[in-house]
Ligand binder design. Structure first.
Ligand SMILES: Cc1ncc(COP(=O)(O)O)c(C=O)c1O
Ligand SMILES: N[C@@H](CCCC[NH3+])C(=O)O
Length: 445
């Protein structure tokens, strides 16, 4: 498989990323270790911004921070000129801690609480992507109480079925996200927004799913949304100023994944928007995109140390690593597949078919079923590719395994951006009620 970004094999026959030798990284920072390539993250940001600017006049790219969030990454995203999509009070808090300008933050989510909405408004976040009627009512009440005005983008379910894993499709009518067009709720929501004094109807949002390779579902989405925009203009004489088409652009995990070049998606999308704006005689809306996976996904590897190797002749050879579903839940959740290599011996001949097992007490904790690797021994380092999106951000402490560290590499420099958790971190929120501290009470029971 072709290496993404700055990854290459160096003269020591080791994997290198951002000018740093992976064996040195593993020895210095320990494993499992997420290693993020700053150069590639910045390149990915620029491809979206530049392609969209090249093909369309009025546009904005925001980063879907659920893919991976850290204070340092938010700094990079801001420096590269992207806005931010946040989906919870926690993500709002982090973005503000990183000094991200609130006016460039968009607040998403299908079940925002009153407190989260209040936090957003108090923090100066004025762009809310509203998902449902309850949220509209809560926001209206809050705006009145706080004497604030807010810009509303309505999340619409366009009724498009993208070809991707069932769990990460979001555009079909049977979805927990958004106001469906099919049953008229989209119109009802627009009417409600237009009536409310403190609301400014800023535009429409949709997101049809994630890890999508084809451009056709995006084109269909544009046709559907532009038709809705035409109907809004006809019914309410209102121009829809923003059309946010979400994220969902696929990346390569294994050789058979064939994502398109960013520009292909963007050219196809913008062409359709221009076509329908002309056809329906509409003011072309501002186009927004919110990629997550495509910004950080391929810009990261996870380094593991190989431990127990169990050969069951004629059945399977299990190669266990020191991480697993706690740092990568995707194989268990979506049957996701990965490419990997031995980071300390990249060019060795591939000799055997093995399966990579995690260390959790779950049979389903398998990182890779059936991969050809050179003969491996305990202590070798395994590098798993494309682990930047929805890995650390979906990590857990199952089996009381501390979360790994994340390092950012660039031009031969490696810096910790998230520290490795310690055993102490694992108990920091635990409380022993006083009565249980008293041994005699315990014995009396
Ligand atoms: C509303 C919304 N926007 C953007 C994204 C980012 O998606 P992706 O990481 O596939 O680009 C998601 C996640 O699927 C999402 O739910
Ligand atoms: N977590 C999913 C993507 C979900 C995107 C968020 N709406 C994945 O790893 O592929």
């Amino acid at each position: 498989m072709e290496f993404p970004g700055t990854m290459k094999i160096n003269e020591k026959n080791h994997l290198e990323i951002g000018g740093c030798d992976c064996v040195e990284l593993a020895k210095t920072f320990g494993t499992p270790l997420f290693v993020m390539d700053e150069t590639l993250i910045r390149q990915n940001c620029r491809s979206y911004i530049n392609s969209l600017e090249k093909h369309y006049q009025n546009s904005e790219v925001i980063y879907a921070s659920k893919a991976f969030s850290s204070l340092a990454l938010y700094k990079i995203i801001e420096e590269e000129g992207l806005g931010l999509d946040v989906v919870s009070g926690g993500e709002i808090f982090m973005a503000l801690e990183a000094g991200f300008p609130p006016e460039k933050i968009y607040f998403h989510g299908n079940n925002k609480s009153y407190d989260e909405l209040k936090l957003a408004l108090e923090s100066g976040i004025t762009k809310i992507i509203v998902d449902n009627f309850l949220e509209l009512d809560m926001l209206n009440e809050l705006c009145r109480e706080m004497h604030k005005n807010v810009n509303i983008l309505l999340r619409i379910t366009p009724g498009i079925e993208a070809h991707t894993h069932h769990y990460i499709r979001t555009g079909q009518i049977d979805s927990k996200f958004g106001f469906p067009l099919e049953n008229g709720q989209g119109f009802l929501a627009v009417e409600k927004v237009l009536k409310m004094k403190r609301f400014r109807f800023a535009g429409l949002h949709c997101h049809i799913g994630s890890q999508i390779f084809d451009k056709e579902p995006f084109e269909h989405t544009v046709s559907t949304m532009m038709d809705f925009i035409r109907q809004i203009k006809d019914r309410y004489n209102t121009d829809v100023k923003v059309l946010n088409l979400g994220g969902g652009f696929g990346i390569k995990y294994i050789d058979t994944d064939k994502p398109r070049h960013v520009e292909d998606y963007i050219e196809a999308i913008t062409k359709k928007v221009n076509f329908y704006s002309k056809k329906y005689n509409l003011v072309p809306p501002k186009i927004m995109l919110e990629p997550g996976r495509a910004i950080v996904g391929d810009a990261c590897i996870t380094l593991y140390t190989i431990g127990a190797i169990k050969d069951i002749p004629g059945i399977r050879k299990y190669v266990s690593v020191d991480g697993g579903m706690t740092d990568n839940i995707r194989p268990a959740l979506y049957q996701a597949k990965y490419h990997a290599m031995i980071a300390n011996n990249c060019k060795a001949e591939k000799k055997e078919l093995v399966s990579i097992a995690g260390k959790c007490c779950e049979s389903g904790d398998m990182l890779i079923w059936d991969i050809e690797l050179p003969k491996v021994s305990p202590g070798d380092y395994l590098a798993v590719f494309s682990t930047g999106a929805y890995h650390y951000s979906m990590s857990s402490n199952y089996n009381k395994i501390p979360r790994p560290a994340v390092v950012l590499v660039s031009e031969g420099q490696a810096e910790i951006i998230i520290k490795r958790e310690t055993y102490k971190d694992l108990v920091k929120n635990d409380v022993i009620p006083k009565r249980l501290k008293n041994k005699s009470t315990y014995l009396a029971l």
